[in-house]
Write a protein that binds this ligand. Structure first.
Ligand code: ACO
Length: 346
């Protein structure tokens, strides 16, 4: 019998797509977001939960979050965000051939939320599927879509992070219920040819993804289709998540910059997952990045899981902070643990 050969000996593992010189690169053509109407302030929350505005503000920086109305589903928010991003990109559903939705709160167990969005966009062709990587979901979805664009499997992709986190919160668990909110954000990617002789290539320069399943019990729901036939409610070991988050986010950021031969000084904007202001500020200190370069939206969104980065990106584009040619570093960390980064020349 032939001796099995260790695949490692044949194929070195490429940890990121930074140096993969493909014919195509994904450029950002537009972004958009959608939020439910209803704002819930810390004061309002403290009338039903044993908490206070002072505690939530000091520990997290969160002042308010949006909560979806009855009957308002993840796909509704995702569709609105996608439509907004496409309008800003000067495109419509007929131009799209890939929809990827990052979510932990799908409308249904099946079909995917992405196919519901695809139907809503009026698309009659293309590919649509969901990605589940909790709060890292948007970076994971962006990486998958970017790789498909690089390989020529898609020319125009809509990458969406969308969540109705309020549906999996235990409103009697003050450790977790005060932290989260609902919303959606989307980015349109379009394939353009690599420019061979440029020092400032625009587009997604690299994505780095990581996970470590030894920590799967640090943030979890106590249910699921296969185990309890219900979605379950969220639980977390906040302090441990906090400590791992800072280390993992910094690793993902540093590896992204190193892979592209860049340093912190080159970065115009860091758009991190919005879990907690203290996590983000500690990350900034660890990376020696001035506060002014860090986009923070957790105060008015709460932690919207996979939606947090595209929501923050859209805020910063709308108010004129992120401009064409800026170097934008996104980093995320979430349940699993999962974490990752994407470095984008806007
Ligand atoms: N209101 C008032 N008091 C509260 C609340 C609340 N909502 N929640 C907890 N407390 C109390 C606790 O009971 C505890 O009381 P005790 O000292 O009498 O026992 C006290 O506040 C301190 O609790 P800690 O957990 O030590 O507070 P900490 O400073 O660690 O902050 C927090 C908690 C905000 C959850 C922080 O650890 C955190 O943000 N962690 C990460 C959040 C997270 O897990 N997000 C999941 C998504 S992914 C990601 O985050 C990257």
């Amino acid at each position: 019998m032939a001796k099995a050969t260790c695949p490692d000996a044949l194929m070195p593992l490429v940890r990121a797509n930074a140096n993969a010189r493909t014919e195509w690169i994904s450029q950002v053509a537009g972004c958009g977001s959608a939020l439910p109407e209803r704002r819930v302030t810390n004061h309002e929350l403290s009338t039903t939960v044993d908490t206070s505005d002072e505690w939530i503000t000091q520990r997290t920086g969160i002042k308010e979050r949006r909560i979806a109305a009855d009957g308002e589903n993840t796909s509704d928010l995702a569709l609105r965000a996608a439509q907004s991003a496409l309008t800003r990109a000067g495109m419509c559903g007929a131009d799209v051939d890939l929809v990827v939705v990052a979510t932990s709160t799908p409308d249904r167990t099946m079909p995917s939320t992405a196919t519901r969005v695809q139907g809503g966009l009026g698309m009659t062709r293309g590919i649509a599927f969901d990605v589940q990587a909790a709060c890292s979901g948007f970076v994971y979805a962006l990486s998958v879509a970017d790789n498909m664009v690089r390989l020529g499997q898609a020319r125009t992709a809509v990458v969406i992070g969308a969540e109705t986190m309020s549906r999996i919160l235990d409103w009697s668990d003050r450790d977790s219920c005060v932290l989260f909110g609902d919303g959606a954000g989307a980015v349109v990617l379009r394939a353009v040819r690599y420019e061979e002789n440029t020092t400032q290539q625009k587009g997604i320069l690299s994505t780095h993804l990581y996970s470590d399943g030894r920590h799967q019990d640090k943030i979890y729901t106590d249910g699921g289709t296969s185990s309890t036939q219900t979605a379950g409610k969220m639980h977390l070991v906040g302090r441990e998540v906090f400590l791992h988050a800072v280390v993992n986010l910094a690793q993902a950021a540093e590896e992204a910059l190193a892979a592209n031969g860049l340093t912190q000084v080159d970065v115009d904007w860091v758009v991190p997952h919005q879990a907690n202001r203290r996590i983000v500020e500690t990350l900034g200190e660890k990376l020696r990045l001035p506060k002014e370069k860090i986009v923070l939206s957790v105060g008015h969104h709460g932690n919207t899981s996979a939606a947090s980065i595209p929501l923050a990106l859209t805020d910063a584009v709308d108010d004129g902070r992120i401009k064409a040619d800026d170097l934008v570093l996104t980093v995320a960390m979430g349940a699993g643990f999962t974490w990752g980064s994407a470095l984008i020349r806007w």
